[in-house]
Design a protein around this ligand. Structure first.
Ligand code: NAD
Ligand code: TYD
Length: 348
């Protein structure tokens, strides 16, 4: 079985690639990644010499290249993670999100359809998506698989659109697909533009912790390795033409999460309790900031037996340990273009 994983040099993709390469030695795994600012071969350096692993540098927005790759390799399965993934960047440059997330997904769908059209047996196209497509919740309620799509940011609008196209290719052409919508991930290899790794890096460097608005925004957090476990399960056991919500049963207000992170960082750094909290700075809110995301993950739990394997406190501790064990990773990803992004986003 030949499987294409897109975006496998990114945060979540690298954990998915590692899992598939090591758990399924009889599969040939192709990792297709354009190595944008978010893609980093260091994330998967430990598996690059495995016999069943192949890396292809390429851009999913290049239709001719994608068509040729699919014609040559005749993949049996696709796990599609490649995307522009950061809400703040989508506010500054929405078109980049349309290009990669919508057009890129379309190119993959067309190339897949072309090689599978006459034989769908045993094949599947898996789109990895986000709970942000459902929009914002108030203080109560949970997103279920039947919640209507209501995206608010350019990022979530682009992911919603690509979800719709995947489903449309299923309905219209019979393409065998499955979609998952997952809550906020955290863990090793997370690029320091997102809340948790940005704040870990800033605490290490004694820089302000920019909390948007009043910090009373709620997210559900899932350890990335538990997301990779869920993707493995849905790829192998999920019902075709179905959607599964994936979440951590783990809601946190940003400000409470940041305080817990500060506490754990003080312990790790041997600093006096309360030191890191002093770095908290309330800054201008994100435009269109979704108040609350919360996932009802009972379908994947009941039908496929999946549940998170680590508590948030444990996952956060392991995450912090990873950043301390890999200081050179942080130095590499925060040099160059990162500096420019940081000053435009936080110091302008
Ligand atoms: P990421 O930004 O860390 O990684 C994205 C990867 O895609 C990078 O390796 C990048 O080089 C690659 N890529 C970007 N544009 C490309 C292109 N045009 N062609 C080929 N490769 C390209 O993202 P992530 O956080 O690992 O998210 C992976 C997927 O999971 C995304 O589809 C995202 O929408 C989804 N998701 C993320 C979260 C989260 O909390 N991070 C939650 C739910 C779903
Ligand atoms: P983020 O990690 O960007 O994920 P998402 O926007 O996809 O949920 O942000 C998580 C939450 O943290 C979100 O409510 C925005 C907030 N946030 C800050 O308060 N400050 C920051 O510097 C960042 C990056 C995020």
């Amino acid at each position: 079985m030949k499987i294409l994983i897109t975006g496998g040099a990114g945060f979540i993709g690298s954990h998915v690639v590692r899992r598939f390469v090591l758990n399924y030695p009889n599969y040939e795994i192709y990792n297709l990644d354009a190595l944008t600012y978010a893609g980093n071969l260091e994330n998967i350096a430990d598996i690059e010499n495995q016999a069943n692993y192949h890396f292809v540098k390429g851009d999913i927005t290049d239709a001719a290249f994608i068509d040729q790759l699919f014609q040559e390799q005749q993949f049996d399965g696709v796990v599609h993670l490649a995307a522009e993934s950061h809400v703040d960047r989508s506010i500054k440059d929405p078109l980049a999100f349309v290009k990669t997330n919508v057009l890129g997904t379309m190119n993959l769908l067309n190339a897949t359809k072309a090689i599978w059209e006459h034989n769908y047996a045993g094949k599947r196209f898996y789109h990895v998506s986000t709970d942000e497509v459902y929009g914002a919740l108030g203080a109560e309620g949970l997103f279920t698989e039947t919640t209507a799509y209501d995206p608010n940011s350019p990022y979530s609008a682009s992911k919603a659109s690509s979800d719709h196209f995947v489903r449309a290719y299923g309905e219209t052409y019979g393409l065998p697909y499955v979609i998952t919508n997952c809550s906020n991930n955290y863990g090793p290899n997370h690029f320091p533009e997102k809340l948790i790794p940005l704040f870990i890096n800033n605490i290490i460097n004694n820089k302000p912790l920019p909390v948007y608005g009043d910090g009373n925004y709620t997210r559900d957090w899932l350890y990335v390795i538990d997301h990779a476990r869920a993707i493995d399960l849905v790829f192998h056991k999920g019902e075709l033409a179905e959607t599964y919500n994936i979440g951590g049963f783990n809601e946190w207000k940003n400000i409470d999460l940041v305080k817990l992170l500060c506490e754990q960082m003080d312990l790790k750094l041997g600093r006096e309790e309360g030191t890191s909290e002093q770095l908290i700075t309330f800054v201008k809110d994100r435009p269109g900031h979704d108040l609350r995301y919360a996932i009802d993950a009972s379908k994947i739990n009941k039908e496929l037996g999946w549940e998170p394997s680590v508590t948030f406190e444990e996952g956060l501790k392991q995450t912090i340990d990873w950043y301390f064990d890999n200081p050179e990773w942080l130095v590499h990803v925060t040099s160059g273009a990162y500096q420019e992004y940081y000053s435009k986003q936080y110091e302008a």
